[in-house]
Design a protein around this ligand. Structure first.
Ligand SMILES: Cc1cc2nc3c(=O)[nH]c(=O)nc-3n(C[C@H](O)[C@H](O)[C@H](O)COP(=O)(O)O)c2cc1C
Length: 380
């Protein structure tokens, strides 16, 4: 066992996120597990699954994307919800198990938007505009073929979506969560509004980059009004999408300034940037800065969480150093070892993240838990 290099020590330093005293800077990235009851309630296996990451040293856990209403928000069958009182009650044992380990847990609130591919309640998709998501449905969530063409949300439906996020946030609070993260990334509804080619609206929710942030801003404000000031509210932001992994904001750094600046003007506490590689330039043809560095610059008052192939202590340290991040979120490397923070801290072997090529075969929580990746076959 070797000493933790000095450059990596920041990872193990405490951090105050609003009222939360996080023991370190390691965050579990949100990861959909499609392992809930069919009606959206969390299961005991999910409780044990999340507890294991807290046991392994993650100071903050962000849950998988959780749908917010019984209309169009659910994206995957067996995805969990916070859409009903029963959903809310089912999460109480999960949050208690995580708290027993001294960690905090935030619920990621998600509306699937144009990337929905399984909804137990309501058929049909809703999005900013009637524009089909690119690419094909995700096989790892049991989808195949092109996405459906969504209907554009009416003005009244936008109000219902916003209210549903607020109601789900209240249920999260009642269930013992320490905060909520609004899923504004990866091509789902909020990101569809942010995205030029998916948003053709002319009613103040589309057009300029600032207008495209309006839904995100309204959801943040509705959630904040519903949960009060002593509850963490964050938002996740990306360029890439499940349906379009290599997408970049066409307005480059100027668009980043608009988006992060707009978020800084809201009552949100943190912005969680996710990229394929967190430390790589966000707009390589224009600028050397990463997306988390741009978030730090244009939203200096907000906590910044960075995500994307921060697989080793050294990569995490770079992000926490001059990479602009206060916290680092670990995804596939955490699935390979639920005790990633402890391994890094103790200088033990850190396994490669699970290979993307393995996703198609892995549908259930149990598969993920039982699967031990073969280091030699892992790819990036
Ligand atoms: C199985 C799986 C499920 C995911 N589900 C979600 C999700 O529900 N919400 C979300 O924001 N990102 C989701 N992601 C993206 C991860 O949070 C993360 O951004 C991505 O894996 C890149 O980080 P990494 O390189 O550390 O794995 C998922 C990723 C994986 C591998």
């Amino acid at each position: 066992m070797s000493e933790t290099p000095a450059s990596e020590s920041t990872l193990h330093e405490p951090y105050g996120l609003k009222g939360l005293d996080l023991p370190n800077r390691a965050v579990l990235a949100p990861m959909t597990r499609i392992s809930a009851h069919g009606d959206g309630r969390a299961t005991e296996r999910m409780r044990d699954y999340y507890r294991s990451f807290a046991e392994g040293g993650f100071g903050l856990l962000v849950t998988e994307g959780i749908f917010t209403d019984t209309a169009h928000s659910q994206g995957y069958l067996d995805q969990p919800g916070l859409a009903t009182p029963e959903d809310g009650e089912s999460w109480a044992s999960v949050t208690a198990a995580v708290h027993e380990q001294g960690s905090s847990i935030v619920a990621q609130l998600m509306h699937a938007g144009p990337q929905g591919q399984g909804n137990a309640y309501t058929s049909g998709l809703r999005s900013a505009s009637a524009v089909r998501a690119r690419g094909e449905q995700a096989g790892m969530y049991r989808g195949s073929g092109p996405y459906e063409v969504p209907d554009a949300l009416s003005a009244a439906e936008i109000g219902e979506v916003t209210s549903s996020f607020a109601a789900a946030a209240v249920r999260a609070r009642e269930a013992g969560f320490d905060g909520v993260e609004i899923h504004g990334a990866n091509g789902y509804l909020v990101d569809a509004f942010l995205t030029d080619y998916l948003n053709e609206r002319t009613d103040g929710y589309g057009g300029s980059p600032l207008a495209r942030t309006r839904l995100a801003r309204e959801i943040i404000e509705a959630v904040r009004a519903a949960v009060g000031n002593d509850f963490v509210v964050g938002i996740r932001i990306s360029q890439g999408k499940v349906s379009d992994a290599t997408h970049r904001w066409s307005g480059g750094v100027a668009e980043a300034e608009t988006i992060f600046g707009a978020l800084a003007g809201t009552a949100v506490d943190y912005v969680h940037t996710t990229e394929w590689k967190a430390n790589a330039p966000a707009f390589p043809d224009e600028d050397a800065r990463s997306l988390s560095q741009l978030a730090r610059e244009f939203a200096p008052t907000l906590t910044v969480i960075a995500n994307g192939h921060l697989d080793t202590g050294a990569e995490a340290a770079q992000s926490l150093g001059d990479g602009g991040a206060d916290l680092v979120a670990i995804g596939k490397a955490a699935l390979a070892q639920h005790d990633w923070p402890q391994r890094v801290q103790q200088g033990r072997e850190v396994l490669e993240p699970l290979a993307p090529s393995a996703f198609g075969e892995l549908a259930t929580l149990q598969d993920w838990e039982l699967r031990v990746p073969e280091p030699a076959s892992s790819s990036r």
